[in-house]
Design a binder for this molecule. Sequence first.
Ligand code: UDX
Length: 440
Amino acid sequence: MSKVVVIGTGYLGATHAACMAEIGHDVLGVDVDPSKLAKLEAGEVPFWEPGLEEVLQRNIAAGRLRFTASYADAAAFGDIFFLAVGTPQKKGEYAADVTYVNSVVENLAPLITGPAVLFGKSTVPVGTAERLGTMAHTLSPAGEDLEVAWNPEFLREGHAVEDTLHPDRLVLGVDRNRPRRAEEVAREVYAPLLAEGIPFIVTDLATAELVKTSANAFLATKISFINAISEVCDAAGADITVLADAIGHDDRIGRKFLNAGIGFGGGCLPKDIRAFMARAGELGADQALTFLREVDNINMRRRTGMVDVVRDTVGTLLGVQVAVLGAAFKPDSDDVRDSPALNVAGQLQLQGAGVTVYDPKANNNSRALFPTLGYASSALEACAKADVVLVLTEWREFRELVPADLEGVVRERRIIDGRNCLDVNVWRSAGWHYRGLGRP
Ligand code: UDX
């Protein structure tokens, strides 16, 4: 088994570190944030991710997983490094901010004296890996023996452990001009996964970076496609959920990612399509990706569209009491980054509505971002005296709500399903005004 260092302990890094230990490696997690490290060391995951805490605790107890803030410790620990720091959207522009990935190489490379491999996992603009490779060779006493390879991560929040231990595929980009040990090392590290027959695609650095970016762009496009058709369904009185099932039976299309609703959010899809457009522009290929601007526009229009639906349903927003069920950008996550649900809640409040939010896991994160919204500790509490109830994140507990749960709690029996996750007939036959998106 190998000694593996994982730099960055956010969603991606913490999951990767815990899962590398789970498959038997000796793992050191590195982060600059002491409060995050203190929690992880105590076996506590600083965010909500089903199943991760168990994996973390089990491997800490087995002595296979430790954490540090010191790059010197990291360099002394082993010769296999995974880079898993964030690449957020830059303030006020589309491009990705690569400050954190740069800083990892600047800090680590000077401390590496012998052969080592740094595997990048973060989503980066194409060309970053090659640039980091040159930087590493220049800054490290090991020179070209410090290799940079790219091993993009495809995990979904809410399924992070499962996606890391049983990915659809492993992708590795290596420096074709200086082929050294990266592929062999990756095969060793991922041996337990490869033994299960998981496809392993080895390519050049640029292709590996683009595999990740284009996968996310495709997923975003699929969602905006179905949302655009949902707008047409609304205009024509057709049903998007039946339509999605019907086209999804064609396995060239596939049913997954055809759920129309208030659109995509989170720390990946929105910023990744923007960074992709920005990078294509730098490369002189901006024409190729103009369709992604429309994908983004359709997505943002879903949020304002939802506010319009609420206004149409109630007649006005001024002084109206709105219950918002769901704040996370998707279920089984407490992540509220670029959350469509919170964006809608915020717009409603700005336009004069009283808004009370309830999310099973994301209330605290939401409060930090939108402190002026009201928060409740249960769906029932959020719905008290509501003129209209909105389901904006399809948590299981909301999908399982039945009209009887809310009778006598709300002021008016109106429910708007921003994720098309409720049974229309159940609500309508109980006398509720039900409205979905793209459903008659
Ligand atoms: C995404 C990619 O799926 C993952 O492979 C990549 O590594 C990181 O980005 P994630 O951001 O965790 O993962 O969430 P995902 O499950 O892809 O959902 C993204 C958003 O799309 C959510 O807001 C979700 O509600 C929305 N969505 C998804 C839809 O609106 N409709 C769908 O049919 C599917």
